[in-house]
Design a protein around this ligand. Sequence first.
Ligand SMILES: [Mg+2]
Ligand SMILES: [Zn+2]
Length: 188
Amino acid sequence: MERPGIVFLDRDGTIIEDTHFISRPDDVRVLPGAAEAIARINRAGIPVVVVTNQSGIGRGYFGADEYEKVNERIAAELEKTGARLDAVYHCPHAPDAANPCPCRKPGTALFDAALREFNVPGSRAAFVGDKVRDVSPALPFGGTGYLLVTPATTAEDVEWAEREAQTVASLAEAVDRMLGLTDAAARR
Ligand SMILES: [Mg+2]
Ligand SMILES: [Zn+2]
């Protein structure tokens, strides 16, 4: 498989522990191996772009400033491993089933914006996340989706991913696949 031209990562549950509506920098815990995996994408010269639903803002649980402070902490933690996020896009809206915004995943507006910013066709994008809504946007773009399977992933979602995308146990495994490496020794 051709290497991706851009890698889209979900944030909560994919890069950091998902503690539900995280609003305090001190609660940031980078998942084991995630920073190293991101550094490998950086070294491959491929843009790494976070696309994250942050409905805690729209629900009034925390403000845009707190959201930014959490992102600053994530960037500082990643930097310790030499890893960097090239851009972070977020949807701040509360879910509204009757009148959904175009940016809340699985909406594609933020992906569209990032593909324009980085001038990469959607067919060359990789989508990684721990929810189907992170990965299903790969389908309209013709990209490749990697569902991170955790103990919380439902059997229905695993079945969907086995049919429509790929399943992986970690961000590191997704990066192995997209960079075409299968053995740990080749990571160095
Ligand atoms: Mg998530
Ligand atoms: Zn939105």
